[in-house]
Design a protein around this ligand. Structure first.
Ligand SMILES: Cc1cc2nc3c(=O)[nH]c(=O)nc-3n(C[C@H](O)[C@H](O)[C@H](O)COP(=O)(O)OP(=O)(O)OC[C@H]3O[C@@H](n4cnc5c(N)ncnc54)[C@H](O)[C@@H]3O)c2cc1C
Length: 362
């Protein structure tokens, strides 16, 4: 049986481990904290098909089918059925990209339809669309299901080094162990580039920090809330995203903007997260009168971005070590996990995910 180590129990690491188990591998997952405590933290993520790069839209569409498969396998809803709404002039470009792919139901929304779908939004008469198969990813349910299915494979320890072994395979040096595997997959989020460098892989990842703020829905919205992206500028911001909690009583709102991090890992401006959070609250006051603008919770987290775009993703592999990097990976985790498992078991990275493919370029 092929022995594979996965470093990191974020959504990508767990998806990889799940795919490896299904393929018959013997998997060990190393995680220094709690599963889902890194960039995957917090309740809800947006599942949307629209991406600038049509290849990524197609990959994400494959992932949507896999999320459905998991829903059947685990017997729990993992992506809400309420859809993904986007507003602003960018909507036409999104529709153009999606119309070239089969089976992605998207439609323009008239102002009254938008108001019915998203009653917490202030009046808006510009361009709006609904991606009917998009929706809010139930992050907590996904972690619960995946960790349960991987029982016995999870090791709580911090990995300090991964290195190739001359006779074949790779070694994982963790806080209290040194073990050998046929292949090691690095899914360590912020920790991936450093571990990869030690194994001879150079990943051009850029680190930033991000703030997302959760707000209470003032009164029963009456409909399951869709996710939301606003690129219109109508309410004073041109890059806003938002997603409902599983109980439909909270809505998490963030600016797509991130704040810079220095080489040593410190924030270039320590007040910047506060300012991003304040702008999210100010936006809620203007655009989302159905929400109480008093923050009810925060997610502050690191963001790892590739130089070719906010949705850029790639897999690096050399010998018996592979690594994944990118941003906005939650929605594509099932497909990405499958690709990483394939890489670990065959030694071949699927062409579309090779770094030179620049998948997800803006
Ligand atoms: C606020 C916010 C909103 C987002 N919104 C969306 C969205 O709407 N849609 C979307 O698709 N994506 C979204 N994203 C991005 C998405 O959440 C991330 O791309 C994804 O969660 C990354 O998962 P991961 O498994 O690669 O990394 P992580 O979740 O960071 O997992 C890596 C794990 O590795 C562990 N680790 C690190 N180093 C070591 C080590 N040396 N030894 C052992 N363990 C280690 C960490 O503890 C961590 O648990 C958002 C991100 C944030 C922060």
């Amino acid at each position: 049986m092929t022995r594979v180590a996965v470093i990191g129990a974020g959504i990508v690491g767990l998806s990889t481990a799940h795919a490896l188990r299904k393929a018959g591998a013997d998997v060990t997952v190393y995680e220094s904290g709690a599963p889902g405590s890194g960039q995957s933290a917090g309740e809800s993520r947006i599942f949307r098909h629209a991406h600038d790069d049509v290849r990524l839209a197609a990959f994400v569409s494959e992932s949507r089918a896999l999320w459905r498969g998991w829903e059947e396998e685990f017997g729990v809803e993992l992506v809400s059925g309420a859809g993904a709404v986007a507003i602003g002039d960018g909507v036409e470009g999104k529709l153009r990209v999606l119309s070239s792919l089969p089976d992605i139901p998207v439609a323009l929304l008239a102002p009254a339809e938008l108001a019915a779908a998203l009653p917490i939004l202030a009046g808006f008469r510009g361009k709006a669309m609904l991606d009917a198969n998009g929706g809010a990813i139930r992050t907590r349910a996904a972690f619960q299901a995946l960790t349960r299915s991987l029982e016995g494979a999870l090791v709580q320890d911090h990995v300090l080094a991964v290195q190739h072994i001359p006779e074949g395979g790779a070694e994982v040096r963790a806080g209290s162990s040194a073990d050998r595997f046929d292949h090691v997959v690095l899914c360590a989020g912020r920790g991936t580039a450093a571990l990869a460098r030690g194994a001879g892989l150079d990943i051009p990842v850029e680190l930033a920090a991000h703030a997302r703020v959760t707000f209470r829905v003032r009164q029963d919205a009456g409909v399951p809330l869709p996710t939301f992206q606003d690129g219109s500028g109508e309410f004073g911001e041109t890059g806003v995203y938002a997603a409902p909690s599983a109980d439909n009583r909270h809505y998490a709102v963030g600016l797509s903007e991130t704040t810079a991090v220095r080489q040593d890992g410190s924030l270039a401006d320590s007040a910047a997260l506060d300012s991003l959070a304040a702008r999210a609250s100010a936006y809620v006051r203007r655009a989302l009168p159905g929400l109480d603008p008093e923050p009810a919770g925060y997610v502050h987290c690191w963001v790892t971005r590739l130089p070719w775009g906010d949705d850029g993703v790639g897999i690096w592999s050399a010998g018996n070590v592979s690594a994944v990097a990118g941003h906005n990976l939650f929605k594509q985790a099932p497909a990405l996990g499958g690709a990483l498992a394939e890489t670990a078991l065959t030694g071949v990275v699927p062409p579309i995910l090779r770094p030179g493919s620049h998948l997800g370029k803006s």
